[in-house]
Design a protein around this ligand. Structure first.
Ligand code: NAG
Ligand code: NAG
Ligand code: NAG
Length: 383
């Protein structure tokens, strides 16, 4: 409840601070809204998104097979582990094999005989109802989704007192841990840009996926996993969309609990969710990647608590350098920073219609990456 109030207050302040976001789309169109549970409107929504972006030279075909940038599919399909096998492989959920814990439950690392490493997530009982109702229907769809920037779902077990999700294992932990310096290595600006682009690719794919767009609903730094090569993969899509489709269930409370600071204000207000809700969360994440700060910094003074508000003040004063993570020692060209923060503030526009679709975000970040690479080359020549 406290979190909801804080977010609400912030929205008021942010609206007041930011009259520029009040403008309507030029073409006057509203995003079609996907009502909770109303899957029948999904294909309409997808079509409408494709229509709007069709003028772009960098078109993303909605067909997953063509858009997928993934390495050749490593199909161990179907990964058909039984509950008994899982218990044996995890040595009865041994703490020694535990790799993480989230509100969803505990996760374990398991090495299978053929060299395949998987993560096994054991759901807490309070998530059973939602898993049971919706997740089973989604599982066939989610298993088909293969993209290098999405954590691959491999299997699901629903038996007796257990609900277990099996996914690909991603070696290098969560983005949040890296931003906190827990791996003893500071991500450079170029690496952060790559991570931002990877996440944007993953979300674009989900949003444009086949006939049924998938809304992640819980985009945040602790749901982004890094590989050994510091490429990013979005985790836990598919869990998030299931929990809150029951009419009458307290959607907002459930979502705000884990993710205060990331939730689309229009979703909070209306209870309607669209792909643009993910775009908002993505903007908050992008700021987190660039600044290193959490969306809500509880230990800072009033003016700095809400990171996006703090950043917006700096940005309005033309002081983009001071938004950057102080751990970054390189100096980044101000034009590059301006452009990156422009994209970020577009994503967090209070009104959905003012937020770009993820695919457009990808294209903008590609351009920024190209410009950044040029400044890097110049720097090398100067040396
Ligand atoms: C999975 O394994 C169970 C028993 O372990 C078997 O009954 C079932 O047919 C298998 N399913 C597939 C798709 O292989
Ligand atoms: C993350 O990757 C770096 C570089 O490959 C490696 O040194 C480090 O041990 C990895 N960390 C984990 C937790 O795997
Ligand atoms: C970046 O934006 C600020 C504020 O709008 C502006 O004053 C500054 O000139 C811009 N810098 C570059 C290099 O474009």
């Amino acid at each position: 409840m406290v979190a909801t109030t804080t977010t609400g207050m912030f929205l008021l302040c942010f609206d007041a601070l930011c009259p520029c976001f009040g403008s309507k789309r030029k073409d006057g169109s509203e995003d079609p809204v996907l009502a909770r549970g109303a899957t029948s409107s999904s294909s309409f929504e997808l079509r409408s998104i494709s229509d709007r972006i069709s003028g772009s030279p960098l078109r993303v075909p909605p067909s997953p097979s063509r858009f997928s940038l993934s390495s050749p599919p490593s199909r161990n399909d179907p990964l058909n582990l039984s509950l008994e096998q899982v218990i044996k492989l995890t040595r009865n959920f041994s703490p020694a094999l535990m790799i993480g814990e989230s509100y969803f439950g505990k996760a374990y690392r398991v090495d299978l005989q053929d060299g395949l490493v998987v993560a096994i997530k054991r759901a807490r009982k309070e998530h059973f109802a939602s898993l049971h109702a919706e997740f089973r229907n989604e599982i066939a769809l989610l298993k088909k989704i293969e993209h290098r920037n999405l954590v691959q779902l491999l299997g699901y077990i629903d038996k007796g007192n257990e609900r277990i999700v099996i996914t690909e294992f991603v070696a290098n932990g969560t983005l949040r841990d890296h931003l906190d310096g827990q791996h003893g290595l500071v991500l450079g600006f170029g690496q952060r840009l790559e991570i931002a682009i990877d996440v944007a690719h993953g979300l674009t794919y989900l949003h444009l996926y086949a006939e049924k767009p998938i809304i992640h609903r819980d985009v945040k730094s602790s749901n982004i996993l890094l590989t050994e090569g510091f490429r990013a993969k979005v985790a836990d899509f598919g869990f998030a969309r299931i929990g809150s489709t029951e009419p009458g269930q307290s959607v907002i409370q459930t979502d705000v609990k884990g993710t205060a600071g990331y939730v689309d204000p229009e979703y909070l207000r209306t209870n309607y969710l669209t792909v643009k809700s993910d775009v908002f969360s993505y903007g908050i994440l992008l700021l987190e990647i660039l600044s290193g700060r959490r969306p809500i910094e509880v230990n800072r003074g009033a003016r700095e608590k809400i990171t996006v508000r703090w950043a917006f003040e700096k940005y309005n004063k033309g002081d983009v350098q001071s938004i950057l993570d102080p751990m970054l020692t390189e100096s980044v060209n101000e034009d590059i920073l301006n452009k990156t923060f422009d994209v970020m503030f577009q994503c967090v526009a209070p009104t959905r219609a003012d937020r770009p679709p993820m695919k457009e975000v990808v294209e903008k970040l590609w351009k920024i990456r190209r410009d950044y690479a040029k400044t890097q080359n110049r720097a090398e020549v100067a040396l």
